[in-house]
Design a protein around this ligand. Sequence first.
Ligand SMILES: [Zn+2]
Length: 482
Amino acid sequence: MAITVIIPTPLRQFADGSSEIYLEAATAGDALEKLTAQYTGLRKHLYNDQNVLRNFVNVYVGDEDIRHLDGPQTQVKDGETIMIVPSIAGGNIAAEARAEGDLPALTNEEMARYSRHLILPEVGLEGQRKLKAARVLMIGTGGLGSPMGLYLAAAGVGTIGLVDFDVVDASNLQRQIIHGTKDIGRPKIDSAKDRLLDINPNTKIESFETRLTSENALEIFKEFDVIVDGTDNFPTRYLVSDASVLTRKPNVYGSIFRFEGQASVFWAEKGACYRCLYPEPPPPGLVPSCAEGGVLGVLPGIVGTIQANETIKVILGAEGILLNRLLLFDAWKMTFRQLKLRKDPACPVCGDNPTIKELIDYEEFCGLNLPTEEKPMEEITASELKSLFERNEDFQLIDVREPFEYEIARIPSAKLIPLAQVVARLSEIDPAKTAVVQCKGGVRSAKAIENLKAAGYAGRLINLKGGIRAWSDEVDSSVPKY
Ligand SMILES: [Zn+2]
């Protein structure tokens, strides 16, 4: 039977770097015999001296562990795939490689670079080699990803994967310190890579310039030892959590809003996952994004650095990681609090009877693309708004931002009615005239239109796409962007 054997990353060095080997075999045991006859260096990693498969090596035929089938006698069919999956019971791939004495050596340059780690007994030479062997995947290179990436590269993490699809914007620079002024307009992933390699040219950067989706997450995650969550929205956060549970990876979590941060290590193999804590997301609109609600620039620096700290400890196999604990930080009051977390036996993804066994549609789960029967909201671009002014059309422009934002920048003739007051002050908007509603980026104004319609406002309402930022980009660059 022609079958495919998939070789996990840490063992590829013993198989001429191959990730897949094709061979003929009738049983799983037969396939492993042929594989190790071809690549003799692999044998001692898979079998012990008694010729028994080592207990940290799981062998899967299709999607089943052969331990739950007929062991090495498990039949394989033509075209089937055998996967060698090192168990993560020992913590992670790097730790298992250590047990085999296969951690990469350090060069003299690395010895000098990491000397302050090497003289810490808790890290030492072995710990530094574990860091070098480690593969960490960072989701996002924004506020949290910036300090994370800088410290992980500096600490000597051997391989850092970066997932991002965004472009550096001037408004990012107040907190996303991995990017510089010269990088405005560049893909964040390129800017982050340059900066990390400047800090430590020994670090290998693997870039994924893509949005993380239910289609690609498992494929990307399975190549890494630790996932670090630097996302800023709920759909991606649930996606990262579920994909981490399904691939059995630790998920080093951080989140920020205004002055408050949270951090934890979610690791379903050892404790609670994100869904044990938050089985369901808040309804859309309840928790505004940082773009709408603001964030103190230094806050992601602190929370992201805590995430880097925990990531390094997970790699080192340290005691006292932030497992089954939720750390709450308030930068304004300068307080840290800790809550106990417990694995929830009823958790839909990591509990005793999980109902989620594959990735789902997270936009829908978070209520972001529920079908509506209403006709779509009428929109206008900044350039079209400019034409309305030029043609002297009789319309009203309603600005639903906060007064302090109105102080920073405004579009001429705009009437300020903050979102929270828009329904109460409905009588100030003339239903006989078209109303263009505007905010900073177009989200709050859309919410204002929904609220006005729900309150029975009968006049024509048009949302300004992209808000005052688009006005600044397309019409009047003297209006500051903030
Ligand atoms: Zn759970």
